[in-house]
Design a protein around this ligand. Structure first.
Ligand code: TYD
Length: 699
C-alpha cells in the first residue's frame, strides 16, 4: 500500500544516537569541562554557605540556625526570581569569554572571603552575589556550547549535554561536601565551621576560570532572552490545564524544598552534623536524578496525567514519613525516595506539557510560555518555602510532650515538615483532580493493567461502543468483511489473500481500503497521513476519517453490496474507534456515534482483527513512518488495547488472530470463518474444508 508524504525516516530506522560524535577536543571540550566545574562549584556552594550560616548562629538555638540556613537558600534563589532578565541582557551584550572569566574570579574571591570575614551578614551577601554571578555565567556558557558544535544534530545534542553537565554534578557536590565535613571534623575538631568546603568551592571556581582562560574564542551567537518569573506568574497560567500542572509543580517543589530548608538543622538534631547534611542532600540529588530517568520509563501504558498526580501525592506522603521518623538513616532514604517522586513528577509534567494535544504553544517546548511559567512556579515556591518553613519551625519550637503512656519529643523542624506535607498533599490532590484525564475509571484496576503493560478499558466503555456500532438497517445483498489491526499487522496481505481465494471460488469480490479508496478519499488521506500536517485537532481528524468513510461507502461499498458482491476492506470503523477513540483518548461512544451516522449504520458481517505488539508491527514496516505511525509508543499501546476491547465486547462478529503466527495458518482460519457467512450457494465440496479451501501461501 502506498504511503503518503512521508519524508522523514521511521523512528525505528533512524540512526542510533551518538553516530555523529560531539567534538572531543578543542574549545567545545574545554567549555564543557568549564560548565561541569562551574556546576560542581555552584552545587558545592549551597551546602558550604548554608552550613557556614548555621555555624555562625548560636549552637543551642535551632530556630535561629534554621532561619539563617533558610535565608541563605532563599537569597541564593532570589537573583533568579528578581534579576533573571538583567542577567540575560548582560550575558547577551558583554564579551562572553571576558564575562565568564570575571564571574569566575569574583565567585572565587567572594567564597574565599566568607570564612575570613566570618560574619552572618557577609555570608548572606556572598550567597546572593555568588548566585547572581551564576545567573550570568551558566546561561551564557550553556548557550555558547551548542554554538561550538558543527551541525544541527550535534547542536541539539550539545544542548542536552550542557544540561547534563550543569545538573549532573549535584550529587557529587553533596557527597564531596559530606567528605570535606568529615575531614574538617577530624582535623579541626567536631563542629568546625564550613571553612574547608568554602575554600574547596573557591578552588573549583579557580579551575573553571583557568579552563575558560584557555579557550581563545567563545561564540556569543545565541541571543539570551529570559522572561521575568514574577511577570510570568503575574500573567497567569493561560489555561486551566496549565494551572493544574502549576499546582502539581507547586506541590512537588514545596515537598522537596521543605526538606532542604530544614535538612541542616534536622540532621544536627539527629546527631548527623555537616556530614549527615551532605548525605541527605546527596540522597535528594540522586533521587531526583533517578526520578528524571525513570519518569518516562515506568508504567508506560498508564495515563501521564494520572502518573503526575500520583507522583506528587507520593512525594507529599513521603514528607509525612520524614516529619515523623526521627532517625538519620530513615531520613536519608526517605529524602532519596522523595527526590525520586519529585524528579518523576517533573519529567512527567514536561511529557504532559508536550504531548500532541498538549499545552505547549511553541515548536520548541522548552522555550514555550507554559514551560517558562512552570519553571517560575517552581522557583518562586522554593524561595517562599526557604523563607517560611524555618520560620514555622522557630515559631513551633521544640517541646517534650508527656502523653501518659510515653514521652514524645516534638521538634520545630518536624512540625514544620508536617505542615508542609499537609499543604503539599492538598495541592497534590487538587492537581490530581484537575489533571485526571480518565475520570470515572477506577485507579486500582488502571494501575494493575499498567503494571502488566496494558491499558485498562472498563467493560462498560467497550460495551457502549459496541452498542453504538449496531446496524440500523440491513438487508443488503452482498457480504462485508473488514480487516483491522495495528501498524504492520499484515491486514493488507491477508485481505488480498482472502479476496484471491474468494475469486477462485467464483465470487464477485471488491477489495478496498481506508483511508483513500476514492478520489476525494485520496485527498483526505494525503491530509491525514502527511507528516507536514501539523496542528490538526483530534475532532477534525475524526471527522476527516469519517468523511473518507462516508464517501467510500457511497461510491465503492454500497454499489458493490447492492449488486451482491463480497466487499473486503482493509480497515473500517473500528480503526477510528481504536485510533481516534482509544489512541487519542476521546470518548469512544462519541466516535462510534459520528461513524454510525457517516456509514448509515453499515456494519461488517465479519471483522478480522490481526493482533500484534506495536513495536513488532512498526519494525515490520519498510516505508518511512507517516503521521499516525510516528505517534508515541503509548498511543500505539492504547490503540492495540482498544481493538482488543472492541473485539472482546462482540465476539460473534470478530475473528481475533495472533498476527505473529505463520501466514498460511492465518489464511486458513480466515477462510474457515468467511465460509460461515457466505451466501448460498456455498462452494462445492464443503464437506472437506481443507481440500475445498486451499491455503494460499504465495501471492
Ligand atoms: P495506511 O498506510 O493505510 O496504513 P495501514 O497499512 O497500517 O492500514 O494508513 C492508515 C493510517 O490511518 C493508519 O496509521 C491508521 C490510521 N487510521 C486512523 O487513525 N483512523 C481511521 O479511521 C483509519 C481508517 C485509519
Amino acid at each position: 500500500m502506498t504511503r503518503t508524504g512521508a519524508s522523514r525516516p521511521h523512528p525505528a530506522a533512524s540512526p542510533p544516537p551518538g553516530v555523529s560524535p560531539l567534538p572531543s577536543s578543542g574549545p567545545f571540550r574545554r567549555l564543557r569541562s568549564a560548565l561541569s566545574l562551574s556546576g560542581l562549584g555552584l552545587w558545592l556552594s549551597v551546602p558550604a554557605l548554608t552550613a557556614m550560616a548555621a555555624t555562625l548562629t548560636r549552637d543551642d538555638d535551632a530556630a535561629a540556625q534554621a532561619q539563617a540556613v533558610g535565608a541563605v537558600l532563599a537569597l541564593m534563589l532570589l537573583p533568579a526570581v528578581l534579576l533573571a532578565p538583567l542577567g540575560g541582557m548582560l550575558a547577551a551584550r558583554v564579551d562572553r569569554r571576558l564575562m565568564l572569566l570575571i564571574a569566575d574570579v569574583l565567585r572565587l574571591v567572594l567564597l574565599a572571603t566568607v570564612p575570613l570575614v566570618g560574619t552572618l551578614p557577609w555570608t548572606m551577601a556572598a550567597a546572593f552575589l555568588v548566585a547572581f554571578l551564576g545567573l550570568l555565567w551558566t546561561p551564557a556558557a550553556r548557550a555558547s556550547l551548542p554554538a561550538l558544535a558543527a551541525d544541527e544534530d550535534r547542536r541539539a545534542r550539545a544542548h542536552r549535554s550542557a544540561t547534563r553537565v550543569v545538573f549532573g554534578p549535584a550529587p557529587v557536590a553533596a557527597l564531596l561536601f559530606a567528605v570535606l565535613a568529615l575531614i574538617a571534623d577530624g582535623t579541626l575538631g567536631r563542629g568546625s565551621r564550613a571553612d574547608l568546603a568554602l575554600y574547596v568551592t573557591a578552588a573549583v571556581f579557580l579551575a573553571s576560570g583557568a579552563v575558560v582562560a584557555a579557550i581563545r574564542d567563545i561564540p556569543a551567537s545565541v541571543p539570551i532572552h529570559v522572561e521575568s518569573p514574577l511577570k510570568l506568574l503575574f500573567q497567569g497560567p493561560g489555561t486551566g490545564a496549565v494551572r493544574g500542572l502549576g499546582l502539581a509543580v507547586t506541590a512537588a517543589s514545596l515537598a522537596s524544598c521543605a526538606v532542604v530548608a530544614v535538612a541542616r538543622v534536622h540532621t544536627g538534631e539527629l546527631g548527623g552534623g555537616d556530614a549527615g547534611y551532605g548525605t541527605v542532600l546527596a540522597g535528594l540529588a540522586l533521587g531526583v536524578g533517578s526520578g528524571l530517568f525513570l519518569g518516562p520509563r515506568v508504567l508506560v501504558p498508564f495515563s501521564r496525567r494520572r502518573l503526575l498526580g500520583l507522583a506528587v501525592l507520593a512525594a507529599a506522603v513521603t514528607l509525612v514519613v520524614l516529619a515523623l521518623v526521627q532517625n538519620l538513616v530513615v531520613v536519608v532514604f526517605a529524602t532519596g525516595l522523595l527526590g525520586v517522586f519529585a524528579g518523576a513528577a517533573w519529567t512527567t509534567g514536561s511529557t504532559v506539557l508536550n504531548d500532541p494535544d498538549g499545552l505547549a504553544d511553541s515548536d520548541s517546548p522548552d522555550d514555550s510560555r507554559p514551560s517558562a511559567y512552570l519553571r517560575s512556579v517552581a522557583v518562586v515556591t522554593a524561595v517562599v518555602v526557604f523563607a517560611v518553613v524555618p520560620l514555622i519551625a522557630g515559631a513551633v519550637g521544640s517541646h517534650r510532650i508527656d502523653l501518659g503512656g510515653g514521652v514524645y519529643d516534638v521538634t520545630g523542624t518536624g512540625a514544620a515538615l508536617l505542615i508542609a506535607a499537609v499543604a503539599a498533599l492538598l495541592a497534590g490532590a487538587v492537581a490530581y483532580k484537575r489533571l485526571d484525564d480518565r475520570r470515572g475509571i477506577p485507579l486500582l484496576p488502571d494501575l494493575r493493567a499498567a503494571l502488566h503493560g496494558e491499558v485498562y478499558t472498563p467493560p462498560e466503555q467497550a460495551a457502549a461502543a459496541a452498542a453504538a456500532a449496531q446496524p440500523v438497517h440491513r438487508g443488503q445483498r452482498g457480504v462485508f468483511v473488514a480487516f483491522e489491526g495495528g501498524e504492520g499487522a499484515g491486514k493488507t496481505t491477508q485481505a488480498r489473500l482472502a479476496a484471491i481465494w474468494l475469486r477462485d471460488h467464483g465470487y464477485d469480490v471488491v477489495t478496498t481500503q481506508e483511508p483513500g479508496a476514492t478520489k476525494i478519499g485520496m485527498r483526505l488521506r494525503a491530509m491525514l497521513l502527511d507528516r507536514d500536517t501539523t496542528g490538526l485537532s483530534v475532532r477534525a481528524e475524526t471527522l476527516l476519517y469519517a468523511a473518507d468513510r462516508a464517501d467510500h461507502i457511497a461510491n465503492v461499498i454500497k454499489p458493490a453490496m447492492e449488486r451482491g458482491a463480497i466487499v473486503v476492506s482493509d480497515r473500517y470503523v473500528d480503526s477510528s474507534l481504536a485510533y481516534q477513540g482509544f489512541g487519542r483518548q476521546q470518548r469512544v461512544e462519541d466516535i462510534a456515534r459520528v461513524n454510525a451516522w457517516a456509514t448509515g449504520g453499515l456494519v461488517p458481517d465479519l471483522t478480522v482483527l490481526l493482533e500484534i505488539p506495536p513495536r513488532a508491527g512498526l519494525d515490520r514496516l519498510s516505508a518511512p513512518a507517516d503521521r499516525i505511525e510516528s505517534e508515541s509508543a503509548d498511543f500505539h499501546e492504547r490503540v492495540r488495547a482498544g481493538f482488543r476491547a472492541l473485539a472482546e465486547a462482540d465476539p460473534d462478529r470478530y475473528l481475533i488472530l495472533d498476527a505473529s503466527r505463520p501466514q498460511a495458518e492465518l489464511s486458513r482460519e480466515i477462510q474457515y470463518r468467511i465460509r460461515e457467512i457466505l451466501p448460498d450457494p456455498v462452494p462445492a465440496g464443503t464437506e472437506d474444508v481443507t481440500s475445498t479451501f486451499p491455503v494460499i501461501t504465495d501471492l
